[in-house]
Design a protein around this ligand. Structure first.
Ligand SMILES: [Zn+2]
Ligand SMILES: [Zn+2]
Ligand SMILES: [Zn+2]
Length: 439
């Protein structure tokens, strides 16, 4: 229990990712006072001297103990604005189940695509404006079992006893853990380039979809592992690598892939190559990826001829000051990033396109930002690039993808279109037919 300007806040209160207005409601209920004096006291302390009282991150931060710094931002959806397309935010909603067991209102419930509570599997209900405008909130002392019940929208703030119990029992901690997972999923989708394609509205759902990236995002996906690779471009090679060296290093990777990794997959490689002639034939994910990877870097990739980098590729890469080591890593990362994007997409969509950008040789290094377009033309020279890749978790999972015994691991490539026999799943409420990406 902590005291802040005469107001008391229990240990582990507030709960991160609880909407700011709901946090203030509970703070008022716990202290048995209207919200206004709390905002005034904490808000002024944080030097927000505006005439209209609003709940700010700074005022919420004061409800946290000194051992829980920098958590205030989690109560506002601004936290995820950098990830999501414009228009993703909608009307604030609440879950009756959450309101009853803890008074928790996830900030993510404000997203249009989140229509169901991921924990209670209940449809979310819209909040009225009076409930969301938190500073006018007053607990109702006349109610027997709760601190507040809105006659208009049905939103409620539970009793002090329920709020305290939800903090002690670990219920709130569990909600934080899965909300944190949702943030991690957003970062993953950013890396996989699917957020650019997100349908923020999606169709109206009358029932909770069984599979939908939106709700799956609240739980960890055990099949996906995070792999890290660093490319250090701080000290360029002196003298610069001769132009022929780029092709040599590139060839080493292609030879490794074709002879070692895909040695037993000669048919896959031949079938993938046939796709350049508009023939659709089955191959495995690794062979399909290699074909598309080579199409980006070479004018006419062929199994019979030695790989030869395009002139534009050599020119673009020369400007970056690669050393032998960083160049080798660059090619590997570029291949595996393509693999991760293809592998992820077929979970949701049975076909997608890969759009080649010939001027797009080093997008892979850029930090997470909403749209891929803005990366173009930026120099990455002189920096250390820490790259994260989302790939099958563990060697056994990698081998399963390489075995391609089942239909799900078989790809049909026709030029830059990729197809599988998988069924379409919903992605954020919509069928992900448009999950193509730039490469
Ligand atoms: Zn709920
Ligand atoms: Zn209401
Ligand atoms: Zn194969």
């Amino acid at each position: 229990m902590r005291n802040e300007d005469g107001f008391f806040f229990p240990d582990d209160f507030p709960t991160p990712f609880d909407a700011a207005f709901a946090t203030l409601h509970k703070a008022a209920a716990l202290n048995g006072v209207p919200a206004k004096p709390i905002v005034r006291a904490l808000g002024f302390k944080a030097k927000h001297r505006s005439h209209t009282l609003t709940v700010t991150p700074a005022s919420l931060q004061l409800m946290y103990g000194a051992d829980r710094p920098f958590l205030a931002a989690t109560h506002f959806l601004d936290l995820v604005d950098a990830f999501l397309p414009a228009g993703a935010r909608g009307q604030p909603k609440f879950c009756p189940g959450c309101a009853a067991d803890s008074g928790y209102v996830s900030v993510f419930f404000q997203l249009k695509c989140v229509r169901w509570c991921p924990w209670h599997r209940q449809a979310l209900l819209p909040l009225c404006a009076r409930c969301v405008s938190a500073v006018d909130f007053k607990p109702d002392h006349g109610l027997p079992d709760e601190a507040y019940l809105c006659p208009d929208c049905g939103y409620r703030v539970p009793s002090i006893k329920v709020i305290m119990a939800s903090l002690r029992s670990g219920l709130c901690a569990a909600r934080v853990a899965s909300s944190t997972q949702f943030l991690r999923s957003l970062a993953r989708w950013q890396r996989l380039g699917v957020l650019d394609e997100l349908d923020v509205d999606g169709p109206e759902n009358d029932r909770l979809p069984e599979s939908d990236g939106c709700y799956e995002a609240f739980v960890d996906d055990p099949s996906m592992g995070l792999y890290r690779c660093t490319i250090d471009l701080r000290e360029p090679a002196i003298p610069p690598l001769p132009p022929g060296r780029y092709t040599t290093v590139y060839r080493q990777l292609i030879h490794f892939m074709q002879e070692r990794l895909l040695g037993p997959h000669r048919t896959c490689l031949l079938n993938a190559q046939a796709s350049a002639k508009n023939e659709e034939r089955p191959c495995c994910l690794f062979a399909a990826t290699l074909q598309l990877f080579r199409t980006k870097f070479e004018a006419a990739p062929s199994l019979r001829q030695e790989p030869q980098l395009r002139d534009e590729a050599v020119e673009a890469l020369s400007a970056l000051g690669f050393t032998d080591v960083s160049l080798r890593r660059y090619f590997r990362v570029t291949y595996y990033q393509l693999l991760s994007r293809m592998w992820y997409r077929v979970r949701y969509t049975r076909s997608f396109g890969v759009l080649f950008r010939p001027d797009y040789y080093y997008a892979v290094f850029q930090p997470p930002l909403p749209s891929l377009d803005i990366y173009l033309g930026r120099s990455i020279r002189g920096q250390v690039h820490s790259i994260k890749l989302d790939l099958p978790k563990g060697l056994a999972a990698f081998r399963r993808v390489l075995q391609h015994d089942d239909a799900a691991a078989t790809f049909y490539l026709c030029r830059d279109q990729v197809r599988t026999l998988n069924v379409n799943h919903r992605f954020f409420g919509a069928y992900g037919g448009g999950l193509h990406f730039m490469y």
